[in-house]
Design a binder for this molecule. Structure first.
Ligand code: BGC
Length: 496
């Protein structure tokens, strides 16, 4: 009797042990699968130095092709009609309107010339309702003009508009525009999450002016600028050696100062200066050397603009979080990373923002508390092991590192085009003004980009290249350009 009981107990123990072994085996297999996805990802996203050089060379080649002829390259290399940057002498009251993401901003600034610089400034941000981003131009611009009118009405007595003058506005419009003058331009296409289709091919300043008129506001757009151009102007305002500006935010782009004689496609008129700011629209850069994965290809195919903005889709804030979501979804489906069932929210496109990704990536707590919290809050994943959380961080790291290294290669490409990547005693200092949420808040991204650029340049050349964070180029920079191109300037002031 006792023997039978002992045998029965032994059988139960053996069965339990078998279950544990099976569970462990299953667990090990899941991990092996998840690790295989990660390993494959690391391999495909790798951007070693040699590959980066090829990307940079391709950027240089495409820049030249885009300058040589219209439609000569994926890089539009747009002539901006900005042929001189702020000098510091700008004076007066100017407004700026900044449209380029899910928010737009209006700003006023009182400029006091060389001595007083920016005397006072104020701004308000307004978030754009989702339906207006794909509605009619009329609705979108009426909404913007209403906010602008309200903001102008709140102007205090410490702002001074000279008698007999109209308020002037710098309009930052951060999409590809073929400019027809400093204050007019035709929208080539939308990027990021905008799709107001009727607007494509039309003059956006005319559209804004009409909406301003409908509101009964008296205001004139004196400069239409891309955010990169505004950033270049703001960078130049604080540092005279600024020659390039880069935005790494929801979207990405770069602008730089080019010699007029290096723009063969442009024969409209010669500016008074020998320079012209070029808006590269580098987000649309594409090359066989870019390390693309099946996740990127699927993201692109399902995006609002398939086949377009490929470089932007690898490096910018609108997309990096979405790439991470797609990879985690694959790990959930193939390796049951988050349990037997795929968390339904993980299947929702764009639910995971780059902002969430950076918070998880920057989590330094020993038990990765923030990762756990974000997985729960955003993706509804209730409980995760530390090992799983660590894997999530590694996925973020692979995607961010690739983006940052490619951004560095892009900057290197521009510097190469400008002949600033070799050593010589008389090489001037080159300042690159950088702005945008990804650069500002994603510390890992910014640091990785800078160290990659330094490695590519080598110590000696790197010592003459400065990456400078410039805040609010698309606000202050646009207002400064409105001042530089004010209709009230005397001819001698423009030439000065
Ligand atoms: C736009 C550019 C803009 C960049 C950064 C891109 O999607 O095409 O014009 O400069 O985003 O805002």
């Amino acid at each position: 009797m006792r023997k039978a009981a002992v045998l029965a107990a032994a059988a139960v123990v053996a069965a339990a042990a078998a279950i544990v072994v099976r569970q462990r085996l299953r667990e090990a297999k899941r991990w092996a699968r998840a690790a295989a996805v990660l390993c494959d990802l690391q391999e495909r996203c790798a951007a070693p130095a040699a590959r980066l050089r090829m990307v940079a060379d391709a950027m240089d080649v495409e820049m030249r092709a885009g300058l040589a002829s219209e439609d000569g390259s994926k890089l539009k290399m747009l002539v901006t009609y900005v042929d001189s940057l702020p000098s510091g002498d700008e004076k007066g009251l100017f407004y700026a309107l900044d449209l380029g993401g899910t928010n737009f901003r209006v700003l006023r600034v009182q400029l006091g010339g060389k001595e007083q610089r920016v005397i006072k400034q104020e701004s308000v941000g307004v978030s754009i309702p989702q339906h207006l981003m794909s509605g009619s131009p009329h609705e979108l611009f009426d909404f913007i003009a209403a906010a602008l009118t309200k903001f102008v009405a709140s102007e205090g007595v410490d702002y001074h508009l000279p008698e007999g003058t109209q308020r002037e506005l710098g309009f930052t419009f951060s999409f590809p525009v073929k400019q027809t003058s400093i204050s007019s331009g035709i929208l080539i296409k939308w990027t990021k999450n905008f799709a107001v289709d009727e607007m494509v091919g039309k003059d956006i300043v005319a559209e804004l002016n009409e909406a301003i008129k409908r509101k009964g506001l008296v205001m004139k757009v004196s400069a239409l600028v891309n955010d990169t151009v505004g950033t270049l102007a703001a960078g130049r305002y604080v540092d005279n050696d600024t020659i390039v500006a880069v935005i790494l935010g929801t979207g990405t782009n770069a602008a730089y100062i080019e010699h007029v004689h290096a723009i063969p496609k442009w024969h409209v008129h010669l500016p008074k200066s020998a320079d012209m700011i070029i808006n590269m629209e580098w987000g649309n850069f594409k090359s066989g050397h870019l390390p693309l994965t099946e996740f990127d290809q699927a993201l692109d195919a399902e995006s609002l603009n398939p086949g377009e903005q490929i470089y932007e889709k690898l490096t910018s804030g609108m997309y990096m979080g979405e790439i991470v979501r797609r990879i985690l979804l694959r790990m959930a489906q193939e390796a049951a990373l988050f349990g037997d069932h795929t968390p339904p929210k993980l299947e929702t496109p764009y639910i995971l923002k780059t902002f969430h990704m950076l918070m998880m990536h920057h989590d330094t707590s020993s038990d990765l508390k923030t990762v756990s919290l974000k997985l729960k809050e955003i993706l509804g994943i209730e409980s995760t092991s530390r090992k799983t959380r660590k894997l999530v961080v590694e996925v973020c790291e692979v995607v961010a590192r690739r983006g940052a290294r490619l951004a560095a290669a892009g900057i290197y490409g521009i510097l190469k085009k400008l002949d600033r990547v070799t050593c010589s005693a008389d090489k001037p200092r080159s300042v690159i003004a950088v702005d945008g949420g990804v650069y500002k808040y994603y510390t890992f991204f910014g640091q990785c980009m800078e160290s990659t650029l330094r490695d590519m340049l080598g110590e000696e050349v790197a010592s003459s290249i400065v990456i400078k964070p410039v805040d609010d180029g698309s606000g202050i920079g646009a207002a400064l350009l409105a001042a530089s191109y004010s209709q009230y300037l005397q001819d001698d002031e423009i030439l000065a």
